[in-house]
Write a new protein. Structure first.
Length: 261
């Protein structure tokens, strides 16, 4: 289905199925199109999360994108090799997943057996994407926590900055979810931190108290955000992520144990 979008200088938007809510934008004169994460340069986006559909993607690309003029320039959302553009003719001929005589069964079989690694934070990012980045509760959390100055992120978790954590360190449990060699490595660790690596956290939540708030810490803030999800699933309520992790903690010269100067 093609929908008018003349006010933005584009003639149409095209449904596709990297996920179930993506579109391709096509310029009025069909001289270029912006394919997002659907059709990449000599490749395609994955279809194994957020209601992606390999069959729908194949149809979308072959019936819509490949029906554009041969010299229509295609600009994907990203390319890991640093390439920026391709064309309909090039991809129709050379794309190893979708070009030439590749049939829909070939493509869906290929996509089904890619066995790609689980993206980092996908369990946090996908629900946020489906809500257009809005918190699960449109107005945010019902009440602000009173135990420290926190802010609520679009990913739906509370975060605390290093200054706020240093001020309230004596009142909370600081949970470091890095690996042991990182805990004693160059960044050091926050005084009084409890080390439970992320991979062991599910089986060791019993080592943490429910009656004291927990601040999760890692190198940069991503693993500790995953730890927040695990803690929530295990009934912990007063929990927050350290914004920027140990990298920001050290950059702002807060106290550490161990580490290098």
């Amino acid at each position: 289905m093609w929908l008018p979008l003349a006010s933005a200088g584009f003639s149409s938007v095209q449904p596709r199925a990297h996920t179930n809510s993506c579109v391709t934008y096509v310029l009025d004169d069909h001289s270029m199109a912006f394919t997002g994460d659907c059709l990449l340069i000599r490749g395609s986006g994955r279809t194994d999360f957020q209601q992606g559909d390999a069959t729908a993607m194949y149809r979308s690309i072959h019936d819509r994108i490949f029906s554009l003029p041969d010299d229509c320039l295609l600009y994907p959302a990203h390319d890991y090799r640093g390439l920026t553009a391709t064309s309909v003719a090039e991809e129709r001929r050379f794309n190893p997943r979708l070009g030439g005589d590749i049939a829909v069964g070939d493509f869906t079989g290929y996509m089904k057996n890619m066995r790609l690694a689980h993206p980092k934070l996908i369990d946090v990012a996908v629900p946020a994407n489906l809500r257009c980045g809005r918190p699960e509760n449109e107005t945010g959390p019902a009440t602000d926590p009173m135990w420290a100055p926190l802010h609520f992120t679009f990913a739906g978790i509370w975060e605390i900055d290093p200054h706020g954590l240093e001020e309230h360190a004596a009142e909370v449990q600081i949970l470091d979810v890095r690996e042991p060699d990182e805990f004693i490595g160059p960044l050091g660790h926050i005084p009084g931190a409890i080390l439970i690596p992320l991979g062991e956290l599910t089986g060791r939540t019993g080592e943490l108290r429910h009656d004291r708030p927990i601040v999760a810490v890692c190198r940069a803030g991503s693993r500790s955000a995953q730890a927040i999800s695990i803690l929530q699933q295990n009934g912990f309520i007063d929990i927050a992520n350290l914004t920027g992790g140990m990298l920001r903690w050290r950059a702002e010269a807060h106290p550490v144990e161990g580490g290098s100067s």
